[in-house]
Design a protein around this ligand. Structure first.
Ligand SMILES: Cc1ncc(COP(=O)(O)O)c(C=O)c1O
Length: 498
């Protein structure tokens, strides 16, 4: 890139100049006309001013809700007030401070079941450190044996992919269901072929995300029942779905559901959940016991008695002081309304897709490529893309990061811990991967060169409950910087991870 252009870009103010009021009004009116349901979400504009004022005070455009949700100020106030005005001890003793805490832990557990409309007779809510902790609980305790199958979609977070290591160690077979290149969905006619290949007398686990953290694709919840009828236990990774969609467990009955609460409402971090059907939970074989998971154990006799229900799966002391914040967060979402949040991100996400589709170089060539669905049916507001140079080459995502920082925009770049979706999006074949081993002493940059990738992944913009039209405008102004960009500077930092 020429030095003048770089200097010009660098000297621009962090917050681009707002278009004249009139033009702004016109474009807002057009947006409302195109997205009539957006008008019903103004409560979120009020909340942006009252509870998320720190975003505008700091000039931030936050577009990484799939990475982490944001908390409302009111959640913190309520949580801190509770901690300040009470004395809480480690739960599960009989003393007064412990009993007070136990009551709140039970209350949080009931709130989780209630929020997801999960009948307590059918489901157990197990608190974990995060969604990964929930997935690991299933992976390490699922009774995989030789002849059993672990079936999963290409499109999965690495915390689901990792379960294949448990399957392999126990002699079970791992099978991947591919996604279709353009839309990054699974061919609905292909899936039954995989689902019907089930070992009759065996344990079979099928895992997929309700919403892709790479492409935003929402894979059908109807697969749950179909797979169960054919003899599969179904593990639904709901981490990227539940922040902006209602998961109704009175309508859908996956055997296991994994999620992280910070993705839903920002605070607290360090708490996730495994929602498990009691029947499915009974099949799990925990590889060890620990404090909290047993009723009794002896040393002189190697015997222990497991605790029942959730306790059997909660190792050690739960994150007890943070659990009341889960109930507070769920109440907050209920007050705002999941449908309102859903309508909001659908309209803004659709606007963001339009902005990227409209981004053109002066000769009319596209200045951005979006991976996955280009319209807003059966998807969430997680949008992966790359900017393109006028000759069609992908703009290095590290430079995109640099420009985004100058605009105070928080985006995600890389492969988003979802290599399968990336392999399909960037049309990387199995042969390429098998040929190009990640050798000793190799850096990620060398590896990317060795297998001939055009960049280190993609850029991901994701929207959430505090997103607004200003964010969209500022994203659009940022995106315009890539029009007619023919080179990036050669001082980009090395890539350290995917
Ligand atoms: C779909 C999906 N599954 C699992 C995870 C893992 O979540 P955590 O890192 O909170 O365990 C993520 C995180 O981004 C995700 O998006």
């Amino acid at each position: 890139m020429d030095g003048d252009r770089e200097r010009r870009l660098m000297s621009q103010p962090a917050n681009p100049v707002t278009p004249p009021a009139e033009r702004r009004q016109q474009s807002e009116a057009a947006f409302h006309l195109a997205h009539p349901r957006y008008g019903g979400t103004t409560v979120l504009d009020d909340l942006r001013r009252s509870d998320f004022a720190r975003l505008d005070a700091g000039g931030h455009v936050y577009l990484d809700y799939t990475g982490a949700g944001l908390y409302a100020d009111s959640q913190l106030r309520e949580h801190l007030e509770l901690l300040r005005s009470n004395v809480f001890g480690n739960p599960h003793s009989l003393n007064p401070t412990s009993a007070a805490m136990t009551e709140l832990v039970d209350q949080a557990r009931a709130a989780v079941l209630g929020f997801f409309r999960a009948a307590p007779e059918e489901y157990v809510a197990i608190f974990t450190p995060n969604a990964t902790g929930a997935l690991r609980l299933v992976g390490e305790a699922y009774p995989f044996h030789a002849g059993d199958r672990f079936l999963l979609t290409f499109d999965n977070h690495n915390s689901v992919n990792g379960i294949r290591e448990f399957a392999r160690a126990r002699g079970a077979e791992t099978i991947y269901v591919p996604s279709e290149p353009r839309e990054l969905r699974v061919d609905e006619e292909l899936l039954p072929r995989y689902l019907t290949e089930v070992g009759g007398d065996h344990h079979n686990l099928f895992a997929y995300p309700a919403q892709s953290n790479f492409s935003g694709v929402q894979h059908p919840l109807a697969w749950i029942e179909r797979a169960q009828e054919l003899g599969w236990d179904v593990l639904l990774d709901a981490a990227a779905y539940v922040p902006t969609n209602r998961l109704d467990l009175s309508r859908w009955h996956p055997d296991f559901v994994a999620l992280s609460f910070y993705k839903m409402f920002g605070w607290p971090t360090g708490v996730g959940c495994l929602l498990a059907r009691r029947e499915a939970l009974a099949k799990l074989e925990r590889p060890w016991f620990s404090g909290g998971t047993i009723v009794a154990a002896f040393v002189q006799r190697e015997w222990y008695q497991s605790a029942s229900g959730a306790a059997h799966f909660e190792d050690g002391t739960v994150n007890f002081l943070n659990l009341p914040a889960v109930e507070i967060g769920l109440r907050f979402l209920d007050r705002v309304g999941m449908e309102t949040i859903h309508d909001r991100v659908e309209a803004l996400g659709s606007g963001l897709l339009d902005a990227l589709a409209a981004l053109r170089h002066t000769d009319g060539a596209p200045a951005a490529v979006v991976y996955g669905p280009r319209d807003f049916g059966r998807r969430g507001a997680t949008i992966p893309f790359n900017f393109l140079h006028p000759d069609g080459r992908v703009v290095d995502e590290r430079y995109v990061d640099r420009v985004a920082r100058r605009h105070s925009i928080s985006l995600r770049t890389g492969c988003f811990c979802n290599p399968g979706a990336g392999e399909v999006a960037f049309t990387i074949s199995r042969e390429t991967l098998v040929g190009g081993e990640f050798g000793e002493g190799m850096t990620l940059d060398h590896y990317i060169d060795a297998i001939g990738l055009p960049s280190g992944g993609a850029v991901r913009a994701s929207l959430g409950l505090a997103s607004n039209l200003d964010d969209l405008d500022r994203f659009t102004a940022f995106a315009r910087e890539f029009v007619e960009l023919d080179r990036v500077p050669n001082d980009l930092p090395p890539r350290v991870g995917c």
